[in-house]
Design a binder for this molecule. Structure first.
Ligand SMILES: [Cu+2]
Length: 613
């Protein structure tokens, strides 16, 4: 589809944009762009020239062929500058770094068209540069764009405009879904763009025609059946008064669905809290600071700081071993998992996730086996997965999976595990049966975009583009996956490893964890980065193992109420940035059996032994 709109931009205005995109240190005639890489929500690639289109994004720059783009890291942790999208066959592309670092980067862009840079550690950090040929009408997006994983599509395609829309939502907090409002407005730069076939179209006209605008938001509602215990959500982008870094952990009481507490921890300037787990007694919350180097421990009941431990660069996810209660934290900015003593009383060792001489792994969201003997990691940089055995203290398999593996899920009987490959929109199924001839091998690849036509945008069945967290239900019947590009939740039947159904999600759909439902069964809690609501998914309402009747059972507003306990005053991005989720008591096989008796007694006998052992 091509939309022709009246020109609203002239070549002289384009030149003005190009000049305003130049760095503060450069003269107005210098063809130069400067991005600071920071940990401020939305503005992760911050154009030092500011919001050049007056649309809310500070992550867009415009230059002309030969533009020099500088990237300066101004953050507490390491990053990469990686070309996610670039004009097909563009000179010097793709641009990447094999290892994350704090050092500045610079690239010169010659070929006109659209370039989007990301960080492979934090793959929703986006900075875009349009290299515009001043001789043509409209800002040049180019004929075709290539993605770093090899996909090439016309700039007029649905995939191209969907990615553009995601860029403008992700990078402008004013474009996030605020469920205190009844409608959701997205502001795009009011510019004309030149796309495939030389067509010149108005950007907001195209995006509004394809995806709508001022979309009605469903009012939050409580599930009719209570949960068991508490749900914690990392509202990673919420801002508070007494610290410079973003993020709170939000605690929900699932018996009332009230927001019970917000933990900001201003005393340690807690920075981008990303993912959580708890100890056997469910008394401590282990909290990673993903844009930093710390694992924080706080008291689950009071929110009080227990300790703040330096573990390494960009700690992403944390889980415990069921047999020892040791704590394992992935170092997404490095190549190892840190092992800590029970209750995180101290670091015991670093476990490399690759062998000597192999490419650096940079693991993100690992999973631990129910027997405590295995750990699996998705290795964001080496496009594979490590299957590590504590028993043999060795890497037993390292199958290639896909582009930017980001999260894992595992069967409760440790028979197989799943790896979500973010950029490929696939899930690799890996055999864990030690008696099998295919142990440690990919036995199936689930294509989550099989029912999606990237050119026309036609969707003919369940679709999940850019999948992230993907846990398996505690009873092993199904897997729930959060997909960030399509804002959908896909559900896979683990007996067939086929996608059975799809539910709608929010912008930046990201985190999933299971919690027990009162009286039997489970809820999957789904958090979204660019929204302030948490979805409560009942994937199997009648608990018969068939998920074709999956439904959204509730939508919880994540903003503080007058009764919410707080350790700081909320000042912005209220309830936004939903990422890691943790439901306590932990319902997963292996962990659930170790719960204190008072918590176990709140569960049905089936929930206490989810696979009947
Ligand atoms: Cu990063």
């Amino acid at each position: 589809m091509i939309f022709i709109a009246p020109l609203s931009i002239t070549n002289s205005f384009q030149m003005a944009l190009a000049a305003s995109g130049s760095g503060s240190s450069g003269s107005s005639s210098e063809n130069r762009v400067q991005f600071d890489l920071v940990d401020e929500p939305g503005r992760w690639f911050k154009n030092v020239a500011g919001d050049i289109t007056n649309s809310g994004t500070q992550s867009l720059a415009v230059g002309t062929p030969g533009v020099r783009v500088d990237f300066n890291i101004r953050s507490n942790t390491v990053h990469t500058v990686t070309s996610l999208i670039f004009p097909q066959n563009a000179q010097g592309m793709p641009f990447d770094q094999p290892k994350a670092s704090k050092s500045s980067q610079s690239v010169t862009l010659q070929t006109p068209g659209l370039y989007v840079f990301t960080c492979k550690v934090h793959p929703y950090m986006f900075g875009a540069v349009i290299v515009d040929d001043p001789q043509t009408q409209g800002l040049d997006l180019g004929e075709n764009i290539s993605l770093v994983n090899g996909i090439t599509v016309p700039t007029s395609s649905d995939l191209a405009t969907r990615l553009l829309r995601t860029f403008f939502i992700a990078t402008a907090p004013s474009n996030w879904q605020d469920y205190r409002q009844s409608t959701w407005h997205v502001t795009y730069p009011n510019v004309d763009i030149r796309i495939a076939g030389g067509a010149v179209v108005n950007l907001p006209t195209v995006l509004n025609a394809r995806y709508g605008n001022d979309i009605a938001l469903e009012a939050p509602f409580d599930p009719s059946t209570a949960g068991v215990g508490k749900v914690w959500v990392d509202t990673q982008f919420e801002l508070t008064k007494n610290k410079s870094k973003p993020g709170t952990a939000t605690k929900i009481d699932t018996t009332t669905w009230d927001i019970e507490r917000k933990v900001a921890l201003p005393s340690i300037n807690m920075n981008n809290p990303h993912n959580m787990w708890t100890d056997r007694d469910q008394k401590l919350i282990y909290q990673t600071q993903w844009f930093d180097s710390k694992l924080t421990v706080f008291d689950a009941a009071t929110g009080k700081l227990v300790k703040n431990i330096s573990v390494g660069e960009s700690p992403a996810h944390v889980m415990t071993r069921t047999d020892t209660d040791q704590v394992h934290v992935t170092l997404n900015g490095e190549e190892a998992v840190v092992e800590l003593a029970p209750k995180a009383t101290g670091i015991q060792r670093e476990i490399p996730m690759q062998k000597e001489g192999e490419p650096e792994s940079h693991p993100h969201a690992h999973w631990m086996s129910s027997d405590g003997q295995k750990m699996v990691t998705p290795n964001a940089f080496s496009a594979d997965s490590t299957l590590y055995s504590f028993d043999s203290d060795s890497i037993e398999a390292k199958p290639t999976t896909g582009a930017i593996p980001i999260a894992t899920g595992m069967m409760p009987d440790d028979s197989k595990y799943y790896v979500a490959n973010l950029l490929d929109s696939t899930i690799s199924v890996i055999d864990m049966d030690e008696n099998s001839t295919t142990f440690g091998q990919v036995i199936k690849t689930i294509n989550l975009i099989e029912n999606y036509d990237p050119i026309s945008g036609a969707i003919t069945g369940p679709v999940g583009a850019l999948p992230i967290q993907t846990p398996v239900s505690p009873n092993g019947k199904y897997m729930v996956t959060a997909n960030t590009l399509t804002a959908t939740i896909t559900i896979v039947d683990t007996a067939t490893d086929e996608v059975v159904t799809m539910l709608g999600c929010d912008a930046g759909c990201h985190g999933v964890q299971f919690g027990a439902k009162n009286g039997g069964g489970y809820y999957a809690y789904v958090a979204s980065k660019f929204s302030n609501s948490l979805l409560v998914v009942d994937a199997d309402p009648n608990n018969d193992g068939n998920v074709s009747d999956a439904k959204i059972a509730g939508r919880i507003l994540l903003t503080a109420s007058s009764t919410t306990a707080k350790d700081d005053t909320i000042t912005g991005n209220a309830g936004m940035g939903g990422q890691g989720v943790l439901a306590t008591p932990i319902p997963y096989n292996g962990w659930v059996q170790n719960l204190p008796a008072t918590l176990k007694s709140q569960l049905t006998s089936e929930q206490q032994n989810p696979i009947g052992q």
